[in-house]
Design a protein around this ligand. Structure first.
Ligand SMILES: [Zn+2]
Length: 99
């Protein structure tokens, strides 16, 4: 039995919907970076002193380009971590918690 036009149209809508959701999909990895600050008197500029950090950021591929996101708050970092972990488990984003 051939699919009706309405069925095909609904499938197309569903696919489009998923494509639209993709940019928000965390598929990258979170890395920690260390660095120095702008104050030359700060300990971070001394040899053998710890630098500031870790600063976490998310790098991922978006339409063939690598983009980097930083986190404004620990809560954002936690959220991104959950989403990356969920993605690694098989692509589920873990429902509608916070946001
Ligand atoms: Zn410093």
């Amino acid at each position: 039995m051939p699919e009706s036009l309405v069925d095909l149209e609904q499938q197309r809508q569903a696919i489009l919907q998923r494509l639209l959701e993709l940019p928000d999909f965390r598929s990258g990895s979170i890395t920690a970076t260390y660095g120095t600050c702008g104050k030359s008197s700060c300990h971070c500029h001394q040899l053998n002193q710890p630098q500031h950090g870790p600063n976490f950021r998310l790098t991922r591929k978006l339409r063939g380009k690598t983009v980097t996101e930083t986190f404004a708050s620990p809560a954002e970092l936690q959220k991104a971590r959950r989403e990356v972990a969920a993605r690694r488990r098989g692509g589920r984003l873990g429902g509608s918690q916070d946001r």
